[in-house]
Design a protein around this ligand. Structure first.
Ligand SMILES: [Zn+2]
Length: 193
């Protein structure tokens, strides 16, 4: 890498690298680099290690180079492990998927055997929904039956007492029971028709 141009403030260096020249910034905080730059003249060979910050190559280290044959740019050496790291991530991701697939196969719906995500529920969503619906249905109809029975009971009682009131003599128990059964069943038939 060869110095092509040095800015007046000596905080920027235009450096040629493999036939392409570009500007490198030397931060005021980088005192060692500034000290080196003070000694540089256009045409000097240098080794520069830099980091690209907001699109600007910022010098992290600069050395006057005696052998121009092996210039090392930090940018290049930085990029390679980055690519490798990405590859490792991808491999890791694939492994994770396999692991997840393996784990999910462990959890199966106890009703239909469908593979589930985790062991949070015994049954899959579909089976749970079906079960919930049938439970709702059962409670619903139970409740309706109860309401129905109460209503029929009330109607029966009213009818029976009205009928008995028309009788001249007090009825015996058997008669009342028969009457109640008869009227109850009649009402029930009507209600469930
Ligand atoms: Zn299921």
């Amino acid at each position: 890498m060869k110095i092509v141009e040095i800015s007046v403030k000596k905080d920027m260096l235009k450096i040629d690298k493999d036939g392409t020249s570009s500007w490198y910034k030397i931060n005021a905080s980088n005192t060692p680099a500034q000290e080196v730059v003070k000694t540089l003249v256009v045409g000097d060979e240098v080794d520069v290690k830099s980091t690209v910050i907001n699109g600007v190559s910022v010098v992290s280290r600069i050395d006057k180079s005696d052998s121009p044959a092996t210039p090392v740019a930090e940018e290049e050496t930085m990029e390679e492990p980055k690519v490798e790291a990405e590859k490792v991530d991808v491999i890791g991701a694939v492994n994770n998927f396999e692991k997840v697939a393996e784990e999910t196969a462990k959890y199966k719906c106890t009703k239909c055997g469908k593979v589930m995500k985790d062991d949070k529920y015994e049954n899959c969503y579909t089976c749970n929904q079906a079960e919930w619906k049938s439970k709702q249905g059962a409670t619903g109809s139970d409740r309706n039956n109860s309401i129905e029975r109460q209503a029929i009971g009330k109607m029966t009682a009213r009818t029976v007492s009205a009928l008995i009131g028309t009788w001249g003599s007090p009825p015996d128990t058997a008669e009342v029971e028969v009457l109640i059964d008869f009227i109850y069943n009649k009402y029930k038939q009507k209600v469930t028709e």
